[in-house]
Design a protein around this ligand. Structure first.
Ligand code: 6PG
Length: 250
């Protein structure tokens, strides 16, 4: 595990965008680059910083990227809280060609059917793999230690069979959601947590320095054969005492 600390969310966003761009460029010529993204503040971080990073040399070329969601908020009707919608409005129109292939839950089906359908489409997108192996998976962290839509103490933390699951009791609104499960998060080649803000400092400390018997959801993300990165801003890192790699300003 490597922990990188940036002076501000802007620097963190730029570094995250550079990581995504570099990993995408590294796959070009070898096949499709698969990227799974979370919602929340991450949408804005990427919308600001990813499009310029991809316009530099080494940006997307060859096969379109596969862009999937780590979780989606299911809500009736027009669903203003939809993560897919946020990415469609904020990020996708600004990305250079070729446009990514989008794989998102169909929230209009309702949580159970959307989870089943998303699981099937994900399996088709990773033929032959027991569990989809994303090249890069970007996660956020809630102040309670949740990540994707996996919440503390929730039975979904025990899921070992399904790659996508529905929940109807999310403590973070809206209550109905669809989420990738831990087996998928832990099968990724690289997982990066992007966390900003003082409000997250205590839980960041608990996850990175604690050794709890019943770990918080984010602490259960330990890719079996992959790489685990934490990108924090100074505020989110302020309680840490473990060694971290500090990055200077832009
Ligand atoms: C969502 C998410 C969720 C998010 C964390 C952190 O639907 O909100 O995908 O898991 O990543 O709650 O959100 P913030 O970065 O906005 O605090």
């Amino acid at each position: 595990m490597a922990v990188s600390v940036f002076p501000s969310p802007a620097e963190l966003g730029a570094a995250l965008a550079a990581l995504v761009a570099a990993r995408g460029a590294a796959r070009a010529g070898e096949g499709r680059f698969s990227l799974a993204l979370s919602g929340g503040s991450l949408v804005e971080l990427l919308a600001r910083h990813l499009p310029p990073a991809l316009r530099r040399p080494g940006g997307p070329a060859g096969e379109p990227w596969l862009l999937a969601l780590c979780d989606e908020r299911v809500a009736p009707g027009d669903n203003p809280h939809s993560t897919a919608r946020a990415y469609q409005e904020r990020l996708l129109p600004r990305l250079p060609e070729p446009a990514p292939t989008l794989l998102v839950p169909k929230a209009e089906l309702g949580p159970e059917d959307a989870a089943r359908d998303y699981g099937q489409r994900l399996r088709q997108a990773f033929p032959g793999a027991a569990v989809p192996e994303f090249d890069l998976l970007v996660l956020g962290l809630g102040p309670d230690g949740h990540t994707a839509s996996l919440f503390p103490g929730h039975p979904l933390l025990q899921e070992t069979e399904e790659i996508v699951a529905a929940l109807t009791d999310s403590p973070k609104p809206p209550p109905e959601r669809v989420t990738l499960t831990l087996p998928v998060l832990n099968a990724a080649r690289t997982v990066v947590f992007a966390v900003t803000g003082e409000e997250k400092a205590p839980v960041v400390k608990r996850i990175l320095e604690g050794n709890e018997e019943n770990p918080l959801p984010a602490a259960r993300v330990r890719p079996a054969a992959g790489e685990l990165l934490w990108f924090l801003d100074e505020a989110a890192a302020k309680e840490l005492t473990i060694p971290v790699e500090r990055h200077s300003g832009l």
